[in-house]
Every structure is written in structure tokens, then in C-alpha cells.
Design a protein around this ligand. Structure first.
Ligand SMILES: Cc1cc2nc3c(=O)[nH]c(=O)nc-3n(C[C@H](O)[C@H](O)[C@H](O)COP(=O)(O)OP(=O)(O)OC[C@H]3O[C@@H](n4cnc5c(N)ncnc54)[C@H](O)[C@@H]3O)c2cc1C
Length: 508
């Protein structure tokens, strides 16, 4: 009997899995995941991503076995793997989710499409987020997002599996070249995603508003769903619907909790808004969104500054502590990510592409659409966003005034007296001696003069921004990528008749 092939990619769940549910309605299914050697050789891949995928697939396999099936792990490039499976037993359809990935997955999907056409196979792809493929106009985007999030979740009530070779126990080993697996990272799998969502909605979300900016409170106050969303252990629609259900249940006096959950839903909207940018213009992974900024940082990339950033030796304790936390946990809150990129892009004047490739390997939740859009936005190359420069000394003052965070992640800071926490490099030698800390050895000295280097960088960026041709080309970028400020009257996204970004003071 023929069957439908369900190809799992970054959608490692069984609930609200449109491809699985639709394939199952049409007959027996055969579930596969393909370890693509070339994909894992890309510069943005890391061992932590592979291990998270492996853990998520193990949970998926365990679930499928309770329903009489399992997931097959194949290794090879697509479409070679499809050819192998086809020769073994022809299938009638290929089912998967749309993927807004990197340059490699884009090219691979073109090859898969060509293979399907050559073999007369229908490849049915389903939207996995509120991202619209082939979008012509941003004006109707928000309504499309709402429609996707409000539609019922897909549930494969009955699953019949193709009866192929006897199933072997689940195994999957990482390519040997892969590096970087933070010891304290989140673990993969749908059950953990559900626990994380429930823990957030029932208790942790109370502290969301007001708690997400400081790296001290953010690990608990934020939802911590990003990796589960990025690898598809839970669907965006499930998260939106469950959050709205929780909002509807709150008593009238729970205004703080309501504000927190409303702010959280805005982030879920941004998730898709940013991925849409890469979907609509895949080249923003490697090329400036506004081409008028070409040539700005390409020439004078300073490798020594980049190495100092990567090794947590910039000399600014808040930056170095963030790099250390990221290395150990695979996660950092939004403000601290933005600060890292801002320091890289302005005082260190580093091009976003190299910094972004390194950060992609550091973030467990690496999601190309959000990542590259944010890298460009924080580096000032979109041409449509206000220049936002985060001063690492001020960030420490505002979000870690007692040094708890920097002392946790930079042991040498523990003996620095409180009065020198923000600028330890200014400590006189006598203070260094009595504290037992040698600047330049135990702690780095700033690689550049922060104020002068930032001023210089801003001037260079603003000079480019004022150029008549750069100004003239801005409209095309706005038309293609900017969010629309006006809400349609039927929108339920928020109740205050402002866009989510207006509520939070952002321009996208
Ligand atoms: C330079 C840079 C790179 C980033 N790269 C990624 C990335 O690769 N993957 C990723 O998921 N997020 C990325 N972000 C956005 C943000 O920092 C993370 O989504 C957030 O820290 C994840 O933690 P959380 O799930 O607890 O967030 P929460 O605050 O609980 O947010 C819930 C969800 O909303 C979405 N979200 C939150 N903030 C943003 C935002 N500013 N833009 C778009 N979506 C958002 C995410 O899906 C997140 O999981 C990046 C931010 C910056 C500044």
C-alpha cells in the first residue's frame, strides 16, 4: 500500500503539526528526519542545536511509538534521500512545513521541489508561523497573522503508519566536527516545552513586565520558549491561543498580570513579523537590508576586537559577563543581546555578518529570520530604524547596580570593591593590590575608549544616513519591511488601538 512521507524539520512536535495531520487524513504515513551533512557544516550550526534536535526527536519518537509508529532518521543530502526512499517504496505525497531558513535550506528546498516535479509527486507545504509565503503587500499581513493564530490547532486523531522495515531503537549521533554545547542550556522535547509554557502562564508571567530587561530577573521573568519555538517543539498558534485563554480568565483586578501577558503577545507577533522580513528578502542574511549602507564596515574589520568580544575580554564587565553567561547557558535576554550587538557595531565597528554568525552558534534559539533582522536592526543597516546605541556602563548601572550579575559570571569581579564595579579599569594600583586583582590580567582593560569610539561610529553612520541617495532609497525598504502603524478595526491583537510596537515604543 502506498503512503505519504512526512518530513520533519524545525517542527519537532506531534500536536498542531499541519503536515502530519493532513497526511494522516489521506492514508498511512511514514515519518522521517534527515540529518543533512552539508546543513550541519554551515557556519551558523552548533553542537547545541544538534543535541536539542536529537532530544526533541527522541521525545517525538517515544510519542509515535505509543501510537504504533516511529520516526526514521536518515543521513544524506536531499533529494538523494528522497530517491533512496522512493526506490525502496514509492510514496504518493511529500508533506512538510514551510521553512524560512538560511541560504543552504533555501537552495535545498529548490532542489526538493525540482525532484518532486520530476517524479510527479505533490509536495504539500504548510505555514508553521504567521509568515506568509509569496506576500505581495505588508498592508494585509497583520490580518493574516490573526487568521493563522485564531484557526483551530491541527490534531492527527487517527494515525496509521506505513509498515516498512522493523523499527530499530531511536539513535542519532552528532557529526564529529560540531562544537559548542553549553553545559547549562535548556533541553529539547515537547514535554519540556509544555512544562515551560505552563509554568510561565500560571506563575512566572506575573513578572514579565518590568522583569525582562535585567539579566538578573529575565531568566525567570521571560517565557524561555524561544528554543522550543525555534525547533518547533510547540507551535506559535498553541502559545498564542493558550495565552489568550489565560488572559480571558484573569480577574478584573489582575491588571499587572494582564499587562504582562499583553506585552508577551506583542513579542509573539514580532517573532513572525521579523521572520517575514527574511521570507520576503532572503538576501538579508548576508547583505545590508538598505544597500546604501554597503561599504560602511566591510573594509576595516578589526580581528583583535572581534576576538576580545568572543572571549569575553572587551573590558566592559557587563559585556564580558553576558558573553560568559551565553557561553554557559545558550541564552540571553533581548536587551543584553541588543547591547552585545550594539557594542560590536558601534565602538568596535565590527560588521554584523561575522558577529551574527558567531552569535548564531551561541544562541540555542537561533532562528534565522529573527536573528538576521535583529543583527541588522541593532547595527543600523536597515535604514528604517532609529539608531539605538546601548552604553554597557549605563546598562550595568540600570540593570545590575549592585554587581550581582557581573560577579556571578566574572569571578575576578567578586573582589572588586563596589565603588569600582562600573569602571574597574580606573582602579588605582593600590586598590587593585588590596583587592588582589590586576587589571589587564585578571580583568581586561577596555579595548577602545568607549565615549570616543561610539561618537566616531555614530558620526560615520549619520553621515551615510544623510546622503541624498540613501534617503531616497529608504521608501522602498519601508514599503517592503516596515510594520504598518494602523490597525484594522477588526484586529484583536490588542485592545488599546495602538500597534504592539507603539505600545512598547519601538519602530519596526
Ligand atoms: C541580535 C539579536 C538576535 C536575536 N536572535 C534571536 C534568535 O535567533 N531567535 C529568537 O527566538 N530570538 C532572537 N532574538 C530575540 C530575543 O532576544 C529572544 O527571542 C528572546 O530573548 C528569547 O527569550 P524568551 O523566549 O524567554 O523571550 P520572551 O520575551 O518570553 O518572548 C517570547 C517569544 O517572542 C519572540 N520574541 C521575543 N522578543 C523578540 C524580538 N525582539 N524579536 C522577535 N521575536 C521576539 C520569541 O519567539 C520569544 O521566544 C534576538 C535578539 C537580538 C537583539
Amino acid at each position: 500500500m502506498t503512503y505519504n512521507l512526512v518530513w520533519f524539520k524545525r517542527d519537532l512536535r506531534w500536536q498542531d503539526h499541519a503536515a502530519l495531520a493532513q497526511a494522516a487524513q489521506r492514508g498511512p504515513v511514514r515519518c522521517i528526519y534527515v540529518v543533512e551533512p552539508q546543513l550541519w557544516l554551515q557556519a551558523d550550526a552548533a553542537l547545541q542545536h544538534f543535541e536539542f534536535v536529537r532530544e526533541s526527536l527522541a521525545a517525538l519518537d517515544q510519542h509515535l511509538r505509543t501510537r504504533g509508529g516511529y520516526i526514521e532518521i536518515h543521513t544524506g543530502e536531499l533529494p538523494d534521500v528522497l530517491s533512496r526512499l522512493w526506490q525502496e517504496a514509492p510514496f504518493s505525497g511529500l508533506y512538510s512545513h514551510e521553512e524560512t531558513g538560511n541560504e543552504f535550506t533555501y537552495a535545498r528546498d529548490l532542489k526538493v521541489g525540482a525532484w518532486c516535479r520530476a517524479h510527479g509527486i505533490a509536495w504539500k507545504e504548510f505555514a508553521q508561523f504567521g509568515v506568509v509565503r509569496g506576500l505581495k503587500n505588508r498592508d494585509l499581513w497583520q490580518a493574516a497573522w490573526e487568521k493563522h493564530m485564531a484557526s483551530p490547532v491541527h490534531n492527527a486523531e487517527t494515525l496509521r503508519f506505513w509498515q516498512g522495515p522493523l523499527s530499530a531503537p531511536f539513535t542519532m549521533s552528532a557529526p564529529v566536527h560540531l562544537r559548542h554545547n553549553p553545559p547549562l542550556r535548556q533541553r529539547g522535547g515537547r514535554p519540556l516545552a509544555i512544562d515551560t509554557l505552563q509554568g510561565f502562564l500560571s506563575a512566572r508571567s506575573l513578572g514579565y513586565r518590568g522583569g525582562i530587561s535585567s539579566p538578573l530577573t529575565a531568566p525567570d521573568a521571560c517565557s524561555r520558549l524561544s528554543a522550543y519555538l525555534a525547533w518547533g517543539c510547540i507551535s506559535m498558534r498553541e502559545v498564542v491561543q493558550q495565552t489568550r485563554a489565560q488572559l480571558a480568565q484573569l480577574p478584573p483586578q489582575a491588571s499587572k498580570h494582564r499587562a504582562s501577558l499583553t506585552a508577551f503577545i506583542s513579542r509573539l507577533y514580532w517573532h513572525c513579523h521579523f521572520i517575514q522580513k527574511l521570507e520576503s528578502e532572503p538576501s538579508i542574511e548576508w547583505q545590508n537590508m538598505h544597500r546604501g549602507y554597503d561599504g560602511l564596515r566591510e573594509q576595516d574589520f578589526n580581528q583583535a576586537y572581534f576576538s576580545a568580544l568572543q572571549s569575553g575580554r572587551t573590558g566592559w564587565p557587563m559585556v564580558d559577563a553576558c558573553v560568559t553567561m551565553l557561553r554557559e547557558t545558550g541564552w540571553l535576554n533581548f536587551r543584553m543581546r541588543a547591547m552585545l550587538v550594539s557594542v560590536a557595531a558601534y565602538p568596535l565597528w565590527l560588521h554584523w555578518r561575522a558577529v551574527g554568525q558567531w552569535l548564531a552558534t551561541q544562541f540555542l534559539d537561533y532562528e534565522p529570520g529573527i536573528h538576521w533582522s535583529q543583527m541588522q536592526m541593532q547595527s543600523g543597516t536597515t535604514g528604517i530604524n532609529t539608531t539605538r546605541v546601548y552604553n554597557p556602563v549605563k546598562q550595568a548601572q540600570d540593570h545590575d547596580p549592585h554587581g550581582t550579575f557581573v560577579r556571578r559570571w566574572l569571578p575576578a569581579m567578586r573582589s572588586v570593591p563596589d565603588s569600582w564595579l562600573l569602571e574597574p579599569w580606573l582602579m588605582p594600583s593600590s586598590v587593585q593590590a588590596s583587592a588582589g586583582v590586576t587589571m589587564g590580567k585578571d580583568l581586561a582593560i577596555p579595548v577602545v575608549d568607549l565615549a570616543a569610539a561610539t561618537r566616531d561610529a555614530k558620526q560615520r553612520l549619520h553621515a551615510r544616513r544623510q546622503h541624498p541617495e540613501v534617503k531616497a532609497a529608504k521608501k522602498a525598504v519601508v514599503d517592503k519591511h516596515a510594520s504598518r502603524k494602523q490597525l484594522g478595526s477588526s484586529s484583536k491583537l490588542n485592545t488599546q488601538q495602538t500597534t504592539p510596537q507603539q505600545q512598547l515604543g519601538f519602530d519596526f
